[in-house]
Design a protein around this ligand. Structure first.
Ligand SMILES: Nc1ncnc2c1ncn2[C@@H]1O[C@H](COP(=O)(O)OP(=O)(O)OP(=O)(O)O)[C@@H](O)[C@H]1O
Ligand SMILES: [Mg+2]
Length: 354
């Protein structure tokens, strides 16, 4: 068979993205394919820089092309372009530059939403995705306290430019606009407005992922977000204890009822690793998050151990992914980020097929 662009495409139709179950040609991942004098050049466009299977797909695509008779060399560029998994309901704010808004929610307070939202945003940014982090906790905005290395938001024309944090993440929080410790007192409708304004009045620019850190429970901020903003999905955080899981499931059901995709469940404070013997101690019980995910029929995205570095990172404004990039917990956050990005790729594919 003569070596042509068509014959290369035919071979590449056999390389399947393991996560999406679809071949790389049908997924539109092969761009600018040229064949000349036995040299095959093309760009492989992955669905997210944080895909868990990127290395495998890249390897398989290269191997498949190299094995075609007559191929002397393969000139392959690899890029990534995140697609949108937004689900737009009626009367929602339109967000043109932001491809995916991902909410981080919980039933109970203090389970680690803000810590996880921040480290997740940083892990996605580290993978090369354009990432933002919005603190939607209007009563107790905490994100600025968790990040010492952050600029101030700027007013440009009638819009506000978000602050910029480590790894270039764009950050917005009420805590960056009001600087003293006066408690914020406002009633439901005002909270709803403030949440909406975080999208309409802030110039987020182009983002692959905007992570939204919610206050606990199913209050005004969560409701407004689910109803007014086209979300790609929500991540539910729980600790292993049954009380936390039961309330987390209530939050999950609320988002489901409102038509929001559930990206999955993350269990935080899953176990403590003994510094002396390295054993895992399951202080709050074992497997609550996993069980909840299987009961709700949603993916389990990972478990984060209870470790002092996370608490110290929060207190010192130096998130663990930045302060301890080589640590096991940083690796865990990167793997959770890959699971989330993979899930978004999958949902955006389902959306395109609809
Ligand atoms: N895995 C962990 N290991 C150790 N400390 C943790 C861990 N996760 C969170 N923490 C600490 O627990 C406290 C609460 O975490 P965080 O503020 O992230 O929770 P939250 O769910 O956002 O709380 P709230 O409901 O008040 O918004 C913080 O001091 C944080 O540093
Ligand atoms: Mg919080």
């Amino acid at each position: 068979m003569k070596l042509t662009e068509e014959s290369v495409v035919k071979v590449l139709r056999n390389v399947i993205d393991p996560e999406l179950g679809v071949d790389v040609v049908t997924m539109g991942m092969i761009k600018d394919l040229k064949v000349s004098n036995g040299i095959v050049s093309f760009t492989l466009e992955l669905t997210t820089p944080a895909c868990p299977y990127n290395e495998q797909i890249t390897r398989e695509v290269k191997k498949a092309v190299e094995s075609i008779p007559g191929v002397k060399s393969v000139d392959m560029k690899v890029t990534a372009r995140v697609s949108s998994a937004k689900r737009t309901l009626t009367n929602q704010v339109s967000l043109s530059g932001v491809k995916n808004v991902i909410a981080v929610a919980s039933g109970k307070g203090g389970v680690g939403k803000s810590s996880i939202a921040l480290n997740l945003a940083l892990a996605l940014a580290e993978s090369g995705a354009k990432t933002g982090l919005l603190d939607a906790d209007m009563y107790g905005p905490t994100i600025p306290k968790l990040l010492k290395d952050i600029s101030f938001p700027q007013q440009v024309g009638d819009k506000i430019l978000p602050a910029v944090g480590p790894l270039g993440i764009k950050v917005m929080s009420l805590g960056l606009l009001i600087t003293d410790d006066t408690p914020v007192i406002w009633r439901g409708p005002l909270v709803a407005n403030a949440v909406k304004q975080m999208f309409t009045e802030i110039n987020w620019g182009e983002l692959d992922y905007l992570i939204v850190d919610l206050p606990p429970g199913t209050g005004d901020a969560s409701l407004t977000l689910a109803q007014s903003i086209p979300l790609s999905g929500v991540i539910i955080i729980t600790t292993p204890q049954p009380v936390s899981v039961v309330i987390a499931m209530k939050a999950l059901r609320m988002f489901e009822k409102l038509g929001v995709n559930i990206l999955g469940i993350i269990e935080n404070m899953s176990y403590y690793i003994c510094k002396k013997c390295g054993e895992k101690a399951y202080i709050f019980g074992k497997g609550g998050g996993k069980l909840a995910a299987s009961q709700a029929g949603v993916p389990f995205l990972g478990e984060v151990p209870l470790i002092p570095e996370i608490r110290i990172g929060s207190d010192e404004g130096d998130p663990v992914i930045i302060s301890h990039p080589e640590s096991e917990v940083a690796t865990i956050f990167r793997s959770i980020a890959k699971n989330v990005a993979g899930r978004i790729s999958m949902l955006s594919k389902v959306k395109r097929d609809e």
